[in-house]
Design a binder for this molecule. Structure first.
Ligand SMILES: [Zn+2]
Length: 316
């Protein structure tokens, strides 16, 4: 809501601000709102020429508010790539005010969507006093499945080729290379799940990984659905997860990156197991971003974690 109230002010600035720096040489100007969008663009373009990511690396993506400068960049872009879910609705709001709107590429439009799930034991907003209604709430974290990522890359390559037909061949070649790596990653996850003694993960955190677990036929328990505000969970939720961790004898409990990890440590301690980080890839840390880490290189860290979490002893 706060974001929408800021819009008129930022739009006024759009008129008076100068048009910022242009990327000379790059034929397309592309704005990626978050890391998965940025990574997909970089993979198909083969570089980050003409490409900017709005979300500052290392920032928890749901606490991000666009700045006036971001608004200027968006208004000048040829193409905007973004998740397209509830957390970046402000992109649509801004674009609807532009005379010459850029092309929009929403990650959610490239895949079959899942409804955000409420699993047994989760904190339930409507449980308490908010009278929350159970409307269909689409889960926006589509990129967490490598198979979805393949569709995203394929379709983005087609869109970029239509915007810059001279580079079509290069885009298609880059996309094919990245897709081959994603196929290999997908195969790695599939092999682990096939061989694993356990098939349930315990996320002592939020849970933006529904597409991932569904893709590989895994079960899960989590403290909060989707990217619900990570408040203090109730004693009941904490007790439920401790109980599940003990009964299922999971080798570790999972926490997602860029979250406090406080709940995870409590639950892990009680269950007598360690906490491991599972990457949801909303954003990259500042260091990872500076080092040019990719969707694939960060997802590769999940391979070892998944192996351990599902009870395979091999430590990588
Ligand atoms: Zn999220």
């Amino acid at each position: 809501m706060r974001r929408l109230l800021l819009l008129p002010l930022l739009l006024m600035c759009l008129i008076s601000c100068d048009d910022g720096e242009a990327d000379e040489g790059a034929s397309l100007s592309i704005v990626a709102v978050d890391f998965p969008s940025y990574d997909a663009c970089r993979a198909v373009l083969g570089s980050d020429d003409g490409l900017v990511m709005l979300l500052p690396p290392g920032m928890e993506s749901h606490s991000y508010d666009p700045t006036a400068r971001d608004m200027v960049r968006l208004s000048e872009a040829d193409l905007i790539v973004f998740a397209g879910g509830p957390s970046d609705e402000w992109v649509e709001t801004l674009v609807s005010t532009l005379d010459n709107p850029p092309v929009l590429f929403r990650l959610i439009d490239q895949v079959s969507l899942l409804e955000e799930e409420r699993r047994e034991g989760m904190e339930e907003e409507g449980d308490h006093d908010h009278g929350h209604s159970h409307d269909f709430q689409m889960d926006e974290h589509v990129w967490t499945s490598p198979r979805n990522e393949i569709s995203i890359i394929r379709n983005l390559s087609a869109v970029l080729s239509s915007l810059d037909s001279d580079a079509r061949e290069a885009y298609e070649m880059n996309a094919a290379g990245y897709i081959a790596e994603l196929e290999r990653l997908d195969e790695e996850f599939r092999t682990i799940v096939d061989d694993a003694p356990l098939h349930t993960l315990i996320f002592a955190s939020r849970f933006p990984l529904l597409y991932f677990v569904r893709e590989y036929g895994l079960d899960y328990y989590a403290a909060f659905p989707g990217c619900a505000e990570e408040s203090e969970p109730s004693a009941r939720t904490v007790a439920f997860l401790i109980d599940k961790a003990r009964n299922l004898a999971v080798p570790c409990v999972l926490n997602i990156e860029l979250s406090s990890g406080l709940i995870a440590r409590t639950i892990a301690e009680e269950a007598g197991v360690p906490v491991r980080t599972f990457y949801s890839l909303h954003n990259a840390s500042a260091l990872d971003f500076a080092q040019g880490e990719t969707y694939i290189s960060i997802m590769e860290r999940n391979v070892g974690v998944l192996k351990e979490a599902l009870g395979e002893s091999d430590n990588r």
